[in-house]
Design a protein around this ligand. Structure first.
Ligand code: GDP
Length: 527
């Protein structure tokens, strides 16, 4: 048996966040290539060609199948054991995307150098802030025309509210991209594009040495000297503590597609980020290096196999070592059990595993007992990890069953699907489930809901999309809902835990509500 401390110490578990098309898949592929986990780039996902027909569950499932097999990738690199958590994007952007971030110890933020901070990055970033995890920025596509690097830094700082520290700095961009200058190593990594071939060379330099001009040209050298002087004088200092607490983001420039700057990024990132960190629980912080196994469920994948209605529960191991034969306690279920078919995902293959360590993610067969946020531990321990918040959906619809006689199935189906965490359901206060308001983070979930209700519960529904765009939980405990002064198109609803929420058609109405109701506290997260 491997040494527990050594195994945990070499673990690095992180998520990659980005807006679609920024280059997350390409960067992941390059990481996997370095780890020797895949032989050829271009094989991580087949998603780009898989445009699915709406309402076709088999197709959705196929797509889901792809995103499941690639949802955690583990590989070894230079002694580290790396777990990359995929945050589903594009069409299957959902609450799962957010929940995945709860299982990560740090995040890599990929930004398209020509676009800067985009919408989906902004949303995912907010969730990272909830836990103060370190965030490393990779500014991608420097081989294309890019925005001014100072502008990009300013945008990250202003829009996301995190300070930046450029570890390297680009020399030109697009056709004129000459490489990057590493501020710590005082070294240039040069980039030469030649008929589609790229050459990369590292050299230690003094940027004030005019001989550098033969390599990057006079103008680029001068700009570099000026830029570095400005950076050294005006930018934030390198501060490891601020980085570890998500207050300062180390920034790297590169080009994932041409494999430029990826390995130096990976190496610095692995050094600056940490092994698994302690997690909060009802009994205080849980030490990852403790010999006692503990984990929490952060994602449930339903109906992997239609014939069996089986589910897979994904758990993040928070402490100790997991052994496939061990008996564990499922705290919320109040039972001891053995986790069946524990599996881990290595690039494209799923493997049944014998053991795993703090930092790792395992998927176990779930006969329908687990819920998101549940704690699993050695039977002698009885604590709960801090729960996973509910994230604000952005699309809403009112649904009801076509056939009023199917009421029981309708209620059962919607409730179960909501419990799995695929959708959120809301009701008008003080009314029953005559009509249900469904909220989702990504619109694909509407199709999934309709299809599953029909196929698994035999209920046809009528769905009417609603114009609401924002939802906020009311945090005040002692508030008289009926006394709230709200605009006519703001709606009060309740979630299945009985908490009160407000639905808004636009952000103006949110401000209105806050303005007219002094002391009202609204939150984007249900905790
Ligand atoms: P994702 O949606 O974030 O996973 O993005 P992908 O990795 O699929 O990349 C989106 C598109 O950008 C693809 O066509 C990539 O080939 C391209 N791309 C990714 N990285 C780079 C880069 O560094 N330079 C250029 N020119 N294109 C890139």
């Amino acid at each position: 048996m491997a040494d527990l401390k050594t195994e945990i110490e070499r673990r690095r578990t992180f998520a990659i966040i980005s807006h679609p098309d920024a280059g997350k898949t390409t960067l992941t592929e390059k990481f996997l290539l370095y780890g020797g986990a895949i032989a050829l780039a271009g094989s991580v996902k087949g998603k780009k060609t898989a445009k699915h027909a709406v309402s076709d569950w088999m197709e959705i499932e196929k797509q889901r199948g792809i995103s499941v097999t690639s949802s955690v990738m583990q590989f070894n690199y230079e002694g580290y054991c790396i777990n990359i958590l995929d945050t589903p994007g594009h069409q299957d952007f959902s609450e799962d995307t957010y929940r995945t971030l709860m299982a990560a110890d740090s995040a890599v933020m990929v930004i398209d150098a020509s676009k800067g901070v985009e919408n989906q990055t902004r949303k995912l970033f907010k969730v990272c802030l909830l836990r103060d995890i370190p965030i490393f920025t990779f500014i991608n596509k420097m081989d294309r025309e890019a925005r001014d690097p100072f502008d990009l830094m300013e945008e990250i700082e202003n829009e996301l509210g995190i300070k930046t520290y450029p570890i390297n700095w680009p020399i030109g961009c697009g056709k004129e991209f000459k490489g990057v200058y590493d501020r710590h190593k005082k070294e240039i990594i040069s980039f030469t594009a030649n008929n589609g071939q790229h050459e990369v060379e590292k050299m230690e330099v003094d940027i004030n040495d005019p001989r550098l001009e033969t390599l990057i040209g006079e103008q680029h050298r001068q700009t570099l000297v000026d830029d570095i002087e400005l950076l050294d004088g005006a930018s934030y200092d390198f501060d490891m503590d601020a980085i570890r607490h998500g207050k300062l983001s180390p920034v790297f420039f590169g080009s994932a597609l041409t494999n430029f700057g990826v390995e130096p990024f990976l190496e610095d990132f692995l050094k600056m980020t940490t092994p698994p960190l302690p997690r909060d629980s009802s009994e205080g912080e849980v030490d990852p290096f403790s010999k006692d196994f503990s984990a929490f469920v952060f994602k449930i994948q339903a109906n992997m196999n239609k014939a069996h209605r089986d589910r897979i529960a994904f758990m993040r191991i928070c402490s100790g070592r997991f052994d496939k034969n061990m008996e564990v306690a499922h705290i919320q279920g109040g039972k001891n059990l053995k986790l069946s078919q524990p599996q881990q995902i290595m690039a494209q293959d799923r493997e049944i595993i014998d053991e795993a360590y703090a930092g790792d993610i395992i998927g176990v067969f779930d006969p329908g007992i687990f819920s998101i946020g549940d704690t699993i531990s050695v039977p002698s321990k009885k604590f709960e990890f801090a729960g996973i918040p509910t994230f604000a959906p952005e699309h809403f619809a009112r649904i009801r069953q076509k056939d009023t006689l199917k009421r029981k199935q309708f209620v059962k189906g919607t409730t179960q699907i909501a419990q799995e965490g695929a959708i959120q359901i809301f009701q008008e206060p003080f009314k029953g489930m005559e009509e249900v308001i469904v909220g989702v983070v990504g619109t694909l979930q509407f199709d999934v809901l309709e299809y599953r209700l029909k196929n698994e519960y035999n209920v046809d529904i009528i769905m009417e999309r609603l114009a609401y765009q924002y939802i906020r939980w009311i945090e005040n405990k002692d508030i008289d809902i009926k006394q709230l002064n709200l605009s006519s198109d703001t709606k009060v609803v309740q979630d299945f835990k009985g908490r009160f929420l407000l639905l808004f058609t636009d952000s103006w109405n949110i401000n209105w509500a806050l303005d007219k109701n002094k002391g009202l506290i609204l939150s984007e997260f249900g905790r």
